[in-house]
Design a protein. Structure first.
Length: 364
């Protein structure tokens, strides 16, 4: 008898096939891309969800006047049909009995009383893997091409751009499309050499005019950053508990999160500030694959200036203590988020990525 995870994967695939089959036949030829938006109901990792929807050529043309241009109207999720698409459906969530059975039988199970962020993140990763495998199956067995007359891209995403969701999309779609990613965009080249550009809705470089109110940049930015900070707080608390209440390491993690938040929530911006502050050579060693060059507290303080003072105040430290902590921990963090020795690896990294890195690399 299949285990609960296998049963859920089969159930998820069947329901996604049903959703595709429910799309009106007259509309299918007008659809150029599928959306699988990942989120957790009530911000609870026990209830991961996918909102399946799509966009049409007709809706795209109607949105051009509201966007900054045709490309944005076509590939920015903020201008898509979203849950207004006929046959859109939510898969997963609190009321999904098969998902609940899988979670209960998984090694990641937790209750309200013993919630652990690391377990929740691991369960969500397994859920996403199920989504990716399902889409690969639907491409391979001809379901997508059969429904739409040709293969069209399936974009698995969140409301905030960063590196990890890009990898979901890359692995879910046919390898022949050779997808590339940069600055909040997904470039995919289909076999017939058509090129598409998908930009997630709160990319900082995406100007727009009168965006839709449901998932526009302003409304998403506040809620997403709140979710990220909540996640990071949970990770910090869990890590501190695991360390037996090591207050110094807990303060170091909080300090790093504050600095990233002050630099737009993006590690890339923090790297730029460090380089401009005279730590270019040391920074290159942290990014590279060799040993990390050491820095002292004075160098850190000179490079970060007022940002460090503000971050230190928010976590209850004086500037000197904060400088010492960063001198100890920052090289390891930068090294962890640039595993290939390339500064571009950090582009798009945000607070949720730092939370994950802290647990995996920072607290060994």
């Amino acid at each position: 008898m299949p285990n609960p995870q296998t049963r859920y994967a089969a159930d998820f695939a069947a329901r996604l096939r049903q959703a595709i089959a429910a799309i009106p036949a007259a509309q299918r030829g007008d659809i150029y891309a599928l959306s699988l938006w990942f989120y957790c109901e009530e911000d609870d990792e026990r209830y991961p969800c996918i909102l399946f929807s799509y966009n049409t050529e007709t809706h795209y043309r109607r949105q051009i006047a509201r966007a900054s241009g045709a490309s944005e109207a076509r590939w920015n999720f903020a201008f898509w049909l979203q849950d207004e698409a006929p046959a859109s459906v939510t898969l997963g969530g609190e009321n999904d009995a098969a998902l609940a059975q899988w979670f209960a039988a998984s090694p990641y199970h937790f209750s309200d009383a013993d919630h652990e962020a690391a377990l929740g993140a691991a369960f969500c990763a397994e859920f996403i893997e199920t989504v990716i495998n399902t889409m690969r199956q639907l491409f391979a067995d001809g379901t997508i091409a059969g429904a739409f007359g040709r293969d069209i891209p399936a974009i698995i995403h969140k409301l905030e751009y960063y590196a990890v969701p890009n990898s979901w999309t890359k692995h879910a779609n046919p390898k022949a499309w050779r997808m590339n990613f940069w600055h909040g965009q997904i470039l995919f080249r289909q076999p017939e050499n058509k090129i598409g550009l998908f930009r997630l809705p709160i990319d900082a470089d995406a100007p727009r005019q009168n965006p839709p109110t449901r998932y526009n940049r302003a409304s998403c930015s506040t809620s997403i950053k709140g979710k990220i900070m909540s996640l990071l707080d949970n990770v910090i608390n869990a890590a501190t508990s695991a360390l037996g209440g090591n207050g110094e390491q807990s303060q170091a993690m909080q300090l790093v999160s504050q600095l990233i938040q002050q630099n737009g929530g993006n590690v890339g911006d923090l790297l730029g500030k460090l380089q401009q502050g005279g730590l270019g050579d040391a920074l290159q060693s942290w990014i590279g694959t060799g040993s990390n060059a050491s820095v002292d507290a004075a160098q850190i303080q000179n490079a970060l200036g007022g940002s460090l003072s503000n971050a230190a105040a928010k976590v209850g430290l004086d500037t000197g203590s904060a400088s010492n902590l960063l001198a100890q921990y920052l090289p390891n963090i930068i090294n962890a988020i640039t595993p290939n020795g390339n500064a571009a690896d950090a582009d798009g990294f945000g607070l949720d990525d730092i939370a994950r890195i802290v647990m995996q690399n920072f607290l060994k």
